[in-house]
Design a protein around this ligand. Structure first.
Ligand code: SF4
Ligand code: SF4
Length: 77
């Protein structure tokens, strides 16, 4: 694998592994306040910025209704 190919694949894995806020979210804001990377943004609904998420899992731990998922790593390119 060339260096350029390796970089492309690494980006694809990162993009596919970010935390996801589901429709079960009750809007309490706990995950947003807990995220050490400030990767969760509030408007118009909660979204996780893939480029900032490090998969630390703190948002999953703090959510009272299990509305945050941390998908398994997936190579998409
Ligand atoms: S897994 Fe960690 S870095 Fe990613 S959104 Fe949750 S708290 Fe933030
Ligand atoms: S902690 Fe859970 S319920 Fe609260 S805002 Fe985050 S995803 Fe929604």
């Amino acid at each position: 694998m060339t260096a350029a190919r390796a970089v492309t694949a690494a980006r694809a894995v990162t993009a596919a592994r970010a935390a996801v806020v589901t429709a079960d979210c009750q809007g309490c804001g706990a995950c947003l306040l807990t995220c050490p990377e400030h990767a969760i943004r509030p408007a118009p609904f909660l979204v996780v910025l893939e480029e900032l998420c490090t998969r630390c899992g703190e948002c999953v731990e703090v959510c009272p209704v299990d509305a945050v998922l941390l998908p398994e790593a997936e190579v998409i390119a």
